[in-house]
Structures are given as structure tokens and as C-alpha cells.
Design a protein around this ligand. Sequence first.
Ligand code: GLU
Length: 419
Amino acid sequence: MFDIYGGPVFGMARQQFLQAADILEIPTDQRDRLLYPKRAIAVTCPIHRDDGSTVVYEGYRVQHHLSLGPAKGGVRFSPHVDIGEVAALSLWMSWKCALMNLPYGGAKGGVRVDPYSLSPKELEALSRRFMQELIPFVGPHVDVMAPDIGTNEQVMAWFMDTYSNDAGQTVTEIVTGKPVSCGGTVGRREATGRGVTHTIVRAAEEINLNLAQSTAVIQGFGNVGSVAANELHALGVKILAISDHTAAYHDPKGLNIPEIIDYVSKHGVLKGYSSECLTDPNAILTIKCDVLVPAAVERVITEEIANKIECRILAEAANGPTTLEADAVFAKRPEVFIIPDILCNSGGVTVSYFEWVQDLQQFFWEEEEIISRMKKIMDKGFYDTVKSAKELKVSNRMAATCAGLRRVNAAKQARGLFP
Ligand code: GLU
């Protein structure tokens, strides 16, 4: 049954779900209802290339559940996207939103394309076509998209404009992560990286680590990794190594993060910044440091890497960076404090929620209010997770997943099964 969600990423999300369902003693016959996505939509997106030829890209949107409100989650443009991966990411969005008590179900979308291979005109055509194909299945109270890997504020503006043209009116609340100039919120672009740093601050308090004298390594230097690097640097953390898909740098004396951010804002990628501290991108996760931040893609921390990691805090800024086999290793390495992805990177969707609320009300808040409300929501998620991990004697990941799953299950049970 449900063979379409094949592949290792969905397999991993499924196993995590089953472990949590066991802990919560959810009856076997109730599980498939909670596990499998409510809807999975596959679309074909044809566009004209600049040379006049026509090319077709495959796209997906998976809505895991709508029991707590609209489905919510990002859209990624990546050459590796498949429906199993998108479905897994939609499950993680569900547990994340429920853990943070946001009135959403989880969703995720993806287009199988290398966005860097497209011209700006082609990227606009593809973004518009993807939204156009999904108009019958989304809406401000049905499914609200946001940025993820390979998409950004501009793509969200095109999504919003395409939907609004069809509706005959401006519908800013159809997507979040838009530019501030057209209904976006201040603080959304920085939110995920800021939230990652905030959970690191809390984790450091838990394990008595003085961040101002600590070191960090960050894999991924996109919107999440670069903001987290900047925030950690501002707290006095020495950033030993960073990487993106084009280059990796390591300097035991600490990298000049403001200078690197300035370089990336001009050149788009890390490549070309320096020839002196270049290092092997595959080796950076095992550099000895206090705080390790995987902020790129899923399943990078394998069993082998988990055995070699030398950090005190593993801050999962990416979605699903740690495999099941690696988690089994960490079960025997309690000296590594894991901030699970659905907690660590939840600042993004939390501020997306604020953007949606502000758009619905057409009443906008100051950045200070955004940041302090975000921290309050994340603190509750953090302390709930740590407390229940101790009580249930489970990992932080299981505690966070159980908290999310418990809320989704409670809503489904209370609402009953229709008809
Ligand atoms: N793509 C982000 C995530 O994985 C943000 C989702 C959103 O803001 O809806 O959490």
C-alpha cells in the first residue's frame, strides 16, 4: 500500500513516526491515518527556455494533513526532488507545526530542477507555472506555501502574483516568505537562522557551555546557515569551518564571518572567497568543535559520521540531517546534546505564521515584536521537549516528535472520522 512514497527519506520519516506511535501507544489501526499524506499532487510544468525550445519539469505538492488548519510548508527547487522526499518533509512539517502549537498541518512541495541552470526569465516562468498548476489545490485556508532550498522571496512574490491574478485581487496571505514590499513580514528572512541560534543558546544553558568561548562548524551557507553563522559570531562563537555546495573553508583561528557574508551577498556562493583556507567539504562535519550545525540537506549525518563527530551540541538546522542509523549511535553518546530539526529550525515557520496572521488582518508588527514572540514560542517547544525527553527517557528527537504527533492525533480523535 502507498508504494508511491518509496525511497530512503520517506522510510526514515516512517520509522520515526512508528517509534513515536509506539511510545504514545497509538493503536495499530489508527496509524496509517496519521502517517500517510491526505493529498499528493504531481504536476507537469512546461516552460519556454530562452533559446525558444520547450522544456518540462515535474513538480509535487504533498499535504500531510489539514486537521488543525491549512497545510503549511516550503517549496524546494532541487535536482534531487522526488515524491517520497517531499512526503517525508511534509510529515516533519506536521510534527514541527504541532510542536510549536501553530494552527497548521504539514505540507511540502518540490520541483525537480537545478535552479542555478535557469535564467531569471526561465525561473520566473517555472515559478509561475508551478503555482498556476496548483491553484485548484491551495488557498489561504487550504495550503500556504513558503521558501525552502532553491527558492526565495522573489519566487514567493511570483507565486503570490500568479495566484492573485487568477483571483482578480491581491491575496498576500496565499504564501509566506514574500518580500516586505508586497505583504511579507520583517524578520522572516532571518527567522530560521535566528531561531537556530536561539535554540543553541538554550542548549548551551542546559549543558553549561559558555558560548562566548566556544567554537562552531556550519555546513550550508544559504539563508539558514549564513544567518546562524552571523548570529553565533555576534555572540562571540568562533566559527571554525563553513561550507556550501561550491566550497568549504576551515581556519582554526576562526573565519571572518562578516567579510564572508559580504562576499556571498555579492557573488551568491562561497566559491572564490579564499584559496588559503580551502578544505574538503566532506570532512567538515567531523572537525572537533562545540556546536555543529548541519544547515544543508537531509541524511548527511550517517552512522560513520555519527561515530566520528566531536561536538557537544548538534543543532539540526536542516530538515532530516541525521539518519536512523546515526540516531542509534547517538543513543549511546549522551555527551552530544541534539536539538532536533523540528525544534531547531522551527523559527522559519513560526514567523511564517506571523506573516500569515498579519496579512489576514492587514495589520503589521515591528521587528522587535516578531523576534520576542518567536523566542517565546520556541522556548516553550524547547522546554517541553527537554522535559518530556527526561520523563519518557527518550531522545530529544523522539520527545519532540511525540509532542507533535500527540497534538495531531488529539485533533483527529476529537474531530472523528468523516462520514
Ligand atoms: N521551508 C521551511 C521549513 O522547512 C519553512 C516553512 C514555512 O515557513 O512554511 O520549515
